[in-house]
Design a protein around this ligand. Structure first.
Ligand code: GDP
Ligand code: MG
Length: 191
């Protein structure tokens, strides 16, 4: 027959990092292909859904949860973490303190949330996003960061337990698909 079985997966992805790192811009660009130079901060919990036709028999629905202003309080509500299956941790490559905060965000995540038992119960697979890479362009062809920085970030990700890192830009739409696919690939390995 012509009947094909299509499996659908839904993953809840947390988008975390310091205020101003570009979280809301990344979600807007990735989900609606829009970018605004001035984003207003709204307080609350918000998510957007991206549908990814993964392959001939798999569709993935990604729920991307924005922290929408709560990053200022340094702690997030329980509903935010509940049943999360992965995270994108964003920092601003032009802002040192937003990189310093990465460790704190990762720690907070590891303290507060685990994968559901159906996905093995381990720590949340997390990808590090070195955002605003359009502003640090020209130093290295492939990813806009110097080779030294690239090597340091590789080592950093290894030691901090990140799945991978990507030099991203919400402004010019760089590496957002790649970062999401990396995370989804890992999650599909776990199901
Ligand atoms: P959030 O607080 O983490 O949600 O950060 P926003 O998404 O509100 O972004 C903060 C500011 O950085 C805004 O003015 C955005 O337009 C700007 N921004 C976000 N991502 C990028 C990027 O990739 N490149 C550049 N040049 N600006 C960005
Ligand atoms: Mg925001």
């Amino acid at each position: 027959s012509n009947t094909r079985l299509i499996t659908q997966y839904m993953f809840k992805i947390l988008v975390i990092g310091d205020a101003g790192a570009g979280k809301t811009s990344i979600i807007k660009r990735y989900v609606s292909d829009e970018f605004a130079n001035h984003c207003k901060t709204t307080i609350g919990v918000d998510f957007a859904v991206k549908v990814i036709p993964w392959d001939d028999d798999t569709i993935v629905r990604l729920q991307l949860w924005d922290i929408a202003g709560q990053e200022r309080y340094g702690c997030l509500t329980r509903v935010y973490y509940k049943e999360a299956t992965g995270a994108l941790l964003v920092y601003d490559t032009t802002n040192r303190s937003s990189f310093s905060a990465v460790e704190k965000w990762k720690q907070d995540l590891d303290d507060k949330v685990r994968l559901p038992e159906t996905l093995g119960g381990g720590p949340l697979p997390t990808v590090l996003l070195a955002n605003k890479s359009d502003l640090t362009e020209g130093t290295h062809q492939d990813n806009c960061l110097s080779p030294t920085t690239t090597q340091r970030l590789d080592e950093y990700c290894e030691s901090q337990g990140f799945l991978a890192w990507f030099a991203t830009s919400a402004k010019v739409n760089r590496n957002l698909d790649e970062a999401a696919r990396c995370l989804v690939g890992k999650l599909l390995d776990l199901v």
